[in-house]
Design a protein around this ligand. Sequence first.
Ligand code: PLP
Length: 419
Amino acid sequence: MNEQTLAIHAGYDKDSMGTMAVPIYQTTAYEFKDTEHAANLFELKELGNIYTRLMNPTTDIFEKRFAALEHGVAAIGTASGMAAIFYAIANVAEAGDNIIVAKQVYGGTTTLTGHTIKRFGIETRYFDITNPSEIEALIDEKTKIILFESITNPSVDVADFDAIVAIAKKHNVMTCVDNTVATPIFCKPIDFGCDIVVHSASKYTTGQGLALGGVVVERENLVELIKDNPRYSHFNEPDESYHGLVYSDLPLPLFCLRMRLSLLRDLGATPSPFNSWLYIQGLETLPLRMKQHALSALKIAEFLESHPKVKKVNYPGLKSNVNYTLAQKYFPKGQSGLLSFEVSSKEEAQAIADSTEIFKVVVNIGDSKSIITHPASTTHQQLSEKELIEAGVPGGLIRLSVGLEDTQNLIDDLSKALN
Ligand code: PLP
């Protein structure tokens, strides 16, 4: 089925009441038939609902729908995009291990990988997304995952999946792609050989800035990479916290299963059923919205490129952009609504952001309402000067998340602010 149909129907037909709209199962717990049924569920002899920290029927529909859209086999909904990224890392890495992460990622991912998980004993090694050949020298036997964004926020670079996946496959290392900006409408990293996809559902998924959320998607047959692979021994050895369960022996999506049984159980960053319902509402219109976001962003990028005050425009849909060829290869249907541009100084960038009327000064992306952000003083404020340059965030950089308003109105707004 085409993604426009999947976005509306995947994961849900009707419930026992025949409801056309997906119901919100607003509950913490579930009544078991009897104690034997309860015991069977806990022992995984039967699959079913136990407690909403682990699973919920509304969240389950969201997970199935998202997995279908990403061409994955299973998904786990989380309370935020950061929770999804942390869980993807924590599902494979422990103290003494290392992970490899692109330098050009969302600021929260940089602080998570560069600071927070360091305190858990996990080392992060960084590579330049524009030069994936750097990855190979960083891999050793303790490397657990290679994490990068398909379209980077806010430098708007494009990942070369083929180059990264080739190195990962050579060394039997898992790849994890943050596909928040491209969305599954423009790119499905699993189709290019990636293993795990993560998202902040707070962005284009809900689409109107309504709720925080995240999701982790697993590709089919991940067991091929994990089974007997010494990098992933904890999937191949008994899990003492779950009666000696060996995940790689189960005929189930093992990455998601371990994340659910272990990380959701113990850390609990689960979405509320109501938020899962909001993500589902968002998914229904995602294909249509993404087309408009991308059309408008391209026109705005072309306008900015011709403006004398603008030094550089980062939008991979522009023919002049260094990422144009890669974008045509991996995102031929559109390059999302995120773009950034550079003016001569931090002060000028802040003055422009303060002068727009339709574009609001907000730290979010993927909203129907257009957003203007000065990353160096906000989303990336905690980064050092060196990290800012490496992340492609100079002081004069302005990020735009182009919304769904009339394109000409948006161009007029920017034109006024730039003069
Ligand atoms: N990934 C990307 C690319 C993001 O832009 C963001 C937030 O801006 C996140 C992850 C984190 O998502 P959340 O805010 O839902 O935790």
